[in-house]
Design a protein around this ligand. Structure first.
Ligand SMILES: [Zn+2]
Ligand SMILES: [Zn+2]
Length: 140
């Protein structure tokens, strides 16, 4: 993915929040954890990790939520008007975890390279053939 010229835009469903991605993702993956399944409405969370310098808001101010009772809770940034969850931020992780469905052109995702928290996944959350599926986070 290095050397790729990136100039992507996206936003929430109502258009109040808009963002720009200007750096290639360092990871393309899916998360099957219980929290992502809850927030997504049932599907796995398809995401890309964007380096910090490669993501910027262009319009609107995101609301944020972090579950107070979960030790590994991420901070989820979403639109306070339409509810679309745009990204997550996790302590210790550089960059933002961007939900690919919010891109204007989601096809740039191209599919996950790995799947995480598969031990919490539902039977219908399929992982593409040949994509490694980790019980939790990959080692390292
Ligand atoms: Zn919105
Ligand atoms: Zn998750």
């Amino acid at each position: 993915m290095s050397g790729e010229t990136v100039d992507w835009r996206g936003g929430c469903f109502c258009g109040a929040l808009r963002y720009r991605v200007s750096a290639a993702p360092v990871l393309k993956a899916q998360c099957n954890c219980r929290a992502c399944t809850h927030v997504s409405g049932g599907g796995a969370n398809y995401f890309m990790v964007i380096p910090p310098e490669g993501f910027g808001w262009e319009a609107g101010v995101a609301a944020s939520y972090s579950h107070p009772e979960s030790a590994r809770a991420v901070t989820r940034d979403f639109c306070a008007t339409c509810g679309t969850h745009i990204l997550s931020r996790r302590a210790g992780l550089e960059g933002v975890v961007l939900k690919v469905g919010t891109l204007d052109a989601p096809e740039v995702f191209g599919g996950p390279r790995l799947a995480i928290f598969c031990e919490e996944g539902q039977a219908w959350q399929q992982v593409p053939e040949g994509v490694p599926c980790f019980d939790r986070l990959p080692p390292g």
